[in-house]
Design a protein around this ligand. Structure first.
Ligand code: CTP
Length: 409
């Protein structure tokens, strides 16, 4: 587990002895564990036991500040990748649910921004008490996770739900949480994606649009969300259902898309322009239906704003990805777009191929980056293509972070 930091808060109940085994299992699994003990926990087991198991100082008193350079409960709160309260008594659950901070554990719980997991252990009737249930619900609604107690013989003589989950099981749950997290390389990243066509009205009945179905942009939004990103999807009119966990903003015109993107651009680390934005709109939009006349008709068009280009002109450390839907000279046009839009990647495809382009479920893409590298991919589903595109994005994000670290040295 590459030394991931677990802060274990041990509160007073007979299950404290199991927390000793938990520290042992966690350290064996490669975690670094620091232990905080409540006063009542120390009635069951001494801090020395946990110190020997964790090979770390054990914290028991908010005011026992050993290091003048820091404030222990804040430093611990910041150190933790995960805070686990095990065993958690009805008392600590009640205090945490109500924001009470009257000892080392409760103050640290309020100070941490790391995820907090609670493994309750108590008498079956206590666990079933409405007050405890209410407190658990309250914490649950705040995003606190619970490792439910198991059923079995309780130290108080009862048989029922209230036994601290076995240390092996808790260790396995924690390990799989970190494994899953590792698989989420875009965790917490803000990603903005445009999708679909735009519609440019000429009168209340008619508009100009294109063949974009939105499938590529929606597949990207879904894939980015699965990889842990916070995704905003700015979508032109499509028949698709927005992926869950994705904030979708529906727009019609290029101007509306421009406005929505600009509103969220600054907060986005990655922007992917998969929309087929109209380059032109009718100069004049009629309020009433245009009536036909004899002879031909000339409609004057004006340019819309180029969203990607504007983003490229104002970008700082953002990753910008554009699409080039072409019918010929793919590489030449893709590289031109990379330059003119100041993009980091251009995903190019030949829309004249029947299995790669608008409204299909598959795509045959080439990804061009600033080093001129052209990754030519075989025919893929749009989901697979999204994963390939996002792999390139991940690599660029890592490069940006590396450059930032170097320049801060
Ligand atoms: N794009 C944009 N805003 C526009 C037009 C396009 O953000 N007003 C984005 C698209 O989302 C896509 C890329 O720019 O990522 C496409 O580049 P573009 O040069 O506009 O391609 P075409 O519209 O096909 O134009 P061209 O006629 O130059 O090939």
């Amino acid at each position: 587990m590459n030394g991931k930091h677990i802060l274990l808060c041990v509160t007073g109940g007979i299950a404290v002895y199991k927390a000793v085994a938990l520290v042992s299992k966690l350290t064996q699994a490669g975690f670094q564990v620091k232990v905080l003990m409540s006063e009542s926990a120390q009635q069951f087991v001494t801090p020395l036991t946990f110190q020997s198991m964790s090979r770390q100082h054990v914290y028991t008193d908010t005011f026992d500040e050993k290091d003048p350079q820091g404030i222990a409960h804040i430093d611990l709160a910041d150190w933790a990748d995960l805070v686990v309260v095990a065993p958690a008594t009805a008392n600590v659950i009640g205090k945490y649910a109500n924001g009470i901070a009257d000892n080392m554990i409760t103050t640290t719980l309020l100070a941490t921004t790391a995820p907090v997991w609670i493994a309750p252990a108590m008498n079956v009737h206590m666990y079933d008490h409405q007050a405890v249930k209410d407190n658990i619900n309250r914490l649950y609604e705040r995003g606190i996770q619970f490792i439910e107690p198991s059923e079995g013989y309780l130290a108080c003589g009862y048989v029922g739900k209230g036994r601290l989950e076995e240390p092996e099981k808790i260790t396995a749950i924690i390990s799989s949480y970190f494994n899953e997290k590792e698989k989420q390389p875009l965790k917490g990243r803000n990603v903005l994606i445009t999708a679909g066509p735009t519609r440019e009205k000429i009168d209340p009945i008619r508009f100009f649009t294109n063949h974009s179905s939105g499938k590529m942009g929606y597949a990207l939004a879904q894939a980015a969300s699965k990889l842990g990103a916070n995704v905003i999807l700015v979508s032109g009119p499509t028949n698709l259902t927005p992926p869950s966990n994705v904030k979708t903003i529906n727009v019609n015109t290029a101007q509306e898309m421009y406005d929505a993107v600009m509103e969220h651009a600054n907060a986005s680390e990655v922007i992917i322009g998969a929309a087929a934005v109209a380059d032109y709109r009718p100069r004049q939009v009629y309020d009433e239906k245009m009536k036909k006349k004899d002879g031909s008709m000339i409609i004057e068009f004006e340019r819309t704003q180029d969203i990607l280009k504007t983003l490229g002109q104002q970008k700082m450390n953002q990753i910008l990805v554009g699409f080039a839907a072409e019918t010929e000279r793919l590489e030449e046009y893709a590289l031109k777009k990379l330059q003119s839009k100041n993009a980091d990647l251009i995903v190019a495809n030949n829309v004249s191929e029947k299995d790669a382009g608008f409204a299909t479920d598959t795509n045959r893409i080439s990804i061009f980056n600033r080093n001129g590298i052209n990754k030519v991919l075989p025919l893929l589903t749009k989901e697979q293509a999204s994963i390939e595109i996002l792999k390139e994005v991940e690599q660029l994000l890592e490069e940006v972070e590396y450059e930032n670290r170097e320049s801060n040295r």
